[in-house]
Write a protein that binds this ligand. Structure first.
Ligand SMILES: *[C@@H]1O[C@H](CO)[C@@H](O)[C@H](O)[C@H]1NC(C)=O
Ligand SMILES: *[C@@H]1O[C@H](CO)[C@@H](O)[C@H](O)[C@H]1NC(C)=O
Length: 601
């Protein structure tokens, strides 16, 4: 980690004053590995280095990139043919809690700006069909097979089109307009595209990772409907939900769906997507990934979950950001407000120390409110920052901006404020280069520095990547075969490129809320006990089985199912986070993961 020593300390030693001179000097120093123009890469070649065979040299982004707010949202029609916001049958009824709101084990409601509301299952999923088979269902019933969530989203976008730049477009029904995905040798899109070829569209794709053979049970349907209604329809089209379906041809599915329109049609039938979601479905195959990324020999989800997303950004660049969400997660509050809050919190966050803040958990019981957390991270970093501009990796020609000042200590947490994050994470990040037990630690290819390359992993891969970031990863994989595991991909590439990274610390609860020893095991002394200011010195922490959001949790499913009205195990007491009143069970506003659907016996 020596290479990551405080950027501030290093530059302070080299320069004393902030003049144009400094900028020039930095150019010369960085020119050893950083691309500013065509002749630098020539110089590189002369030095005998292996120059990446990029087709075109990337441009750097401007230092400041704050976009204006969008005009006021125009209401859209929901599945009952009524305007959302004026339709009690469609709208969520949230309640304020009777008594103090539970304090998150990690994360917070203040900085993330999430509503302090609770819902029971009728209120949460009633609008989407939960309980519709019962006599006392007091909402109008919907013939869901007649609902077309793609059409609803496009209608909503049209009603709001004036709010978006001209570069924003609707998402065509792939059953009518052939999908743009194509094998590389017949691709209609350029093989490589750069961030500067695109204008902001101000739209975000919410990409649900699905697969052939997935059985869509009622609870999955409620979840998916709520996702479309709340993210896309209630925001006036700022989001577009897409179902990205893995055809699992690596498990013996023979139909080459990209061979012909008929083959793709057949693929749609085989995919098993319910009619109401078919118009927002895009299919992909391992064959597609292999045609684009032969140099990355591995395409399995566990290693390369973002490859389909990279190709989505390449073929459907009309989105500024791409959220990857999973079928086994649940938003206990309004999903659109949740994603909006995370996005806004990331936008508010300064670049300085955003990596450092992401490398510690904000635990209210240990450090107090978020302001105090922010303060101690700064204290532990002595006002500096480990990531200030691109984190140099030889093979990567960075696209991120140059810092406004050479020394991060001269920036009063202003740089990056108001700018969207390129990598938005939902869990804390760990440094792969401090001693740890990360099982994917040695899985890195295509980089000469190998395991010494700076890398951060932030599982789960429920993350949002910008078009710019995904296109840059695409190019690195296509041209150089660079690969690191899924959960490290977005954060590490963002850092190498000097793009903005943010982990808004959303509220997470723990089964053993009062187990101080366990909590301290995760806290590890916090920022003030860290010798570097970049994560705890010791990466070991207790297992996360009891967390409400964590890749290995088994508590999340108990929380969800008990609230949903079924018990998974008689041994498991009712999770304390569930409150009962009025004979109903209520949960606070949070995301649960993983929660896999339960088949009725
Ligand atoms: C259904 O009935 C409950 C209980 O009477 C009431 O609180 C709720 O507002 C009703 N829901 C709708 C959508 O009208
Ligand atoms: C951050 O730390 C530096 C160095 O200790 C200090 O001068 C500065 O005031 C701190 N800034 C904030 C906002 O806490």
């Amino acid at each position: 980690m020596k290479a990551l020593g405080l950027a501030g300390a290093r530059t302070r030693r080299l320069f004393t004053r902030q003049t144009l001179f400094i900028a020039l000097a930095i150019c010369i120093i960085w020119a050893l590995g950083v691309q500013f123009g065509g002749n630098v890469s020539e110089r590189w070649a002369e030095l005998g280095n292996q120059t990446p065979d990029f087709k075109e040299q990337p441009k750097r982004m401007p230092t400041h990139n704050v976009l204006p707010p969008l005009a006021e949202r125009v209401a859209c029609y929901g599945p009952r043919g009524r305007l959302l916001g004026e339709s009690p049958d469609d709208d969520l009824q949230t309640s304020e809690i009777n008594g103090p709101y539970p304090t998150p084990w990690t994360g917070n409601y203040e900085e993330t700006g999430l509503d302090l509301t609770v819902m029971n299952v009728d209120r949460r999923y009633g609008p989407y069909g939960y309980g519709e088979e019962r006599e006392d269902y007091n909402r109008s019933r919907v013939d869901w097979n007649q609902v077309d969530w793609g059409q609803l989203q496009n209608d909503c976008f049209e009603r709001n089109r004036h709010r978006f730049p001209a570069s924003a477009t609707r998402f065509d029904d792939t059953r009518v307009t052939p999908p743009r995905f194509a094998l590389r040798h017949v691709a209609k899109v350029p093989e490589v595209r750069h961030w500067h070829e695109f204008q902001p569209t101000r739209r975000t794709a919410v990409v649900v990772r699905a697969w052939r053979g997935f059985e869509y049970l009622p609870e999955d349907m409620y979840y998916l409907r709520s996702l479309v209604a709340e993210t896309a329809l209630k925001t006036g089209g700022e989001y577009q939900v897409i179902l990205l379906v893995d055809m699992k041809d690596y498990e013996g599915y023979e139909n080459d769906i990209f061979a012909s329109e008929e083959a793709y049609k057949k693929g749609m039938e085989d995919a098993g997507v319910p009619p109401e979601f078919q118009s927002i479905t895009l299919l992909w195959t391992n064959r597609l990934l292999d045609s684009w990324y032969p140099r990355v020999e591995e395409h399995l989800t566990i290693w390369q979950v973002f490859q389909p997303m990279q190709l989505l950004a390449l073929h459907y660049p009309e989105f500024d950001h791409f959220w990857q969400v999973e079928l086994d997660m649940r938003f206990m509050g309004d999903a659109g407000k949740f994603l909006d809050s995370l996005s806004a919190a990331a936008r508010r966050e300064p670049r300085k120390q955003s990596l450092e803040r992401s490398s510690f958990l904000h635990m209210i019981a240990e450090t107090g409110d978020y302001g105090e957390f922010f303060r101690v991270v700064n204290e532990s970093n002595k006002g500096g920052s480990h990531a200030w501009g691109p984190m140099r990796v030889r093979e990567i020609l960075p696209i991120g901006p140059e810092p406004p000042v050479a020394d991060p200590r001269d920036d009063n947490f202003e740089w990056g404020v108001g700018e969207d994050a390129d990598a938005l994470l939902t869990a804390f990040c760990q440094n792969a280069n401090t001693p740890n037990t990360w099982i994917f630690r040695d899985w890195i290819y295509g980089l000469r520095t190998g395991v010494r390359t700076p890398r951060f992993y932030c599982p789960p891969a429920i993350q949002r990547g910008s078009r710019a970031l995904l296109l840059a990863i695409h190019q690195a994989q296509l041209d150089l075969g660079i690969r690191i595991p899924s959960e490290a991909t977005l954060p590490s590439f963002a850092l190498w490129h000097g793009l903005k990274l943010s982990f808004p610390q959303h509220p997470v609860f723990h089964r053993d809320n009062d187990d101080v020893e366990n909590r301290r095991g995760w806290w590890r002394g916090g920022p003030l006990a860290s010798s570097t200011g970049l994560g705890p010195d010791n990466n070991d922490h207790p297992r996360g089985f009891g967390l409400s959001f964590w890749w290995e949790s088994n508590w999340a499913k108990h929380v969800f199912n008990e609230w949903y009205g079924r018990k998974l195990s008689d041994k498991e007491p009712r999770p304390w986070i569930i409150k009962e009143w009025d004979g109903k069970l209520w949960l606070p506003n949070m995301i649960l993961h993983p929660v896999k659907h339960i088949k009725k016996k």
